[in-house]
Design a protein around this ligand. Structure first.
Ligand code: NDP
Length: 295
């Protein structure tokens, strides 16, 4: 046997919903023995036909393997599923979406029960899982020893991006990117609404939108540069004052097209607040600090 020889890692997967099933299939296809458990047993049956072992209870599934991966609905369902399971000596990888505080609390909870803990945030939808060129990846944070030991196995269904020992950081990165996506889609939906009742083909318009958003996305690096240097006037291309003045045209066009500006207003109000704080000469980066609340 050479150093590069494949060594199958037996693992347990809790939760065979849409995402759990895709993950299980990727590990099975790569030759790893997989034990699955699902609250509703019928949802695990198709995987049995594909070679998975179906455990009768979550506790039995946890007992079967050292590496235990959970992909359940939310943090509460993880707590419920693992109630009564013996986690001593287990490596628990939690791919259930949660908040940073839930990730940190779950790490303490798992460590108190004798397990190492790694939290994960999946940046993909199920059809992207197990396909090497889909761009799917998972943010991981928590035990670096666990991550290093199981890195190759974890890399089977999707790429891996380890973001630190703080167990809340995977969720924080995941939710930060999802939040950016939410804002992007708010703008996209407003744009589609503007052209909706006109003789403009949605597919042709979509291509224009994609090119424009891709070109604009590069601005995140200027923002990062300004945040790191704490110089918000550095390399400003369009001043905040100019952009805030331009909002009047956006709002008037929405009015003319009979479109509600409700998705735009919160962002524009924040811009106005920044301008009144004499930040008009800067770009928009100062708006980020206006969002920070005391805690
Ligand atoms: P599904 O709704 O398809 O599956 C949810 C799973 O959670 C099922 O296995 C369900 O069991 C189980 N579950 C729910 N409540 C409980 C409970 N109280 N106790 C035990 N098990 C419970 O969701 P997905 O598989 O799509 O999502 C799973 C996780 O993956 C979520 O955290 C989601 O945010 C995340 N994710 C999903 C993505 C997607 O596009 N689908 C993308 C990125 C992340 P049962 O079958 O019995 O209901």
């Amino acid at each position: 046997m050479t150093d590069n020889a494949f060594s199958p890692t037996p693992l347990t997967l809790l939760g065979t919903g849409a995402m759990g099933t895709a993950l299980a299939r990727a590990w099975l296809a790569a030759g790893h023995p997989v034990t699955v458990w699902n609250r509703t047993p019928a949802r695990a049956e198709p995987l049995a036909a594909e070679g998975a072992t179906v455990a009768a209870s979550a506790a039995a599934a946890v007992a079967a393997n050292r590496l235990v991966i959970a992909c359940l609905l939310d943090d509460d369902s993880l707590g419920e599923a693992l109630e009564g399971a013996d986690l001593t000596g287990r490596d628990l990888v939690n791919l259930t979406t949660g908040t940073p505080a839930q990730g940190r609390a779950r790490a303490t909870w798992a460590e108190e029960r004798g397990a190492r803990f790694l939290d994960g945030g999946i940046m993909a939808v199920p059809p992207m899982i197990g396909s090497a060129d889909s761009g799917a990846y998972v943010f991981y944070s928590g035990s670096s020893e666990l991550f290093e030991e199981h890195r190759e196995t974890l890399a089977v269904p999707a790429g891996t991006t380890y973001v630190g020992t703080n167990p809340g950081f995977a969720a924080l990165h995941d939710v930060a990117l999802l939040s950016a996506m939410t804002g992007m889609f708010a703008g996209v939906f407003h744009a589609f609404a503007l052209v909706r009742r006109e003789d403009i083909a949605p597919k042709e318009f979509a291509a224009l939108l994609q090119d424009w958003l891709t070109a604009m996305a590069h601005a995140v690096h200027t923002t990062a540069d300004q945040l790191e240097s704490e110089d918000y006037s550095k390399d400003v291309v369009s001043s905040l004052e100019m952009q805030a003045a331009g909002n009047a045209t956006l709002l008037r066009t929405a009015e003319e097209q009979g479109v509600s500006a409700e998705l735009l207003m919160p962002y524009m109000k924040l811009m106005d607040r920044a301008v009144t704080q004499a930040r008009g000469e800067e770009g928009t980066t100062g708006m980020i600090d206006l969002l920070l609340k005391d805690r």
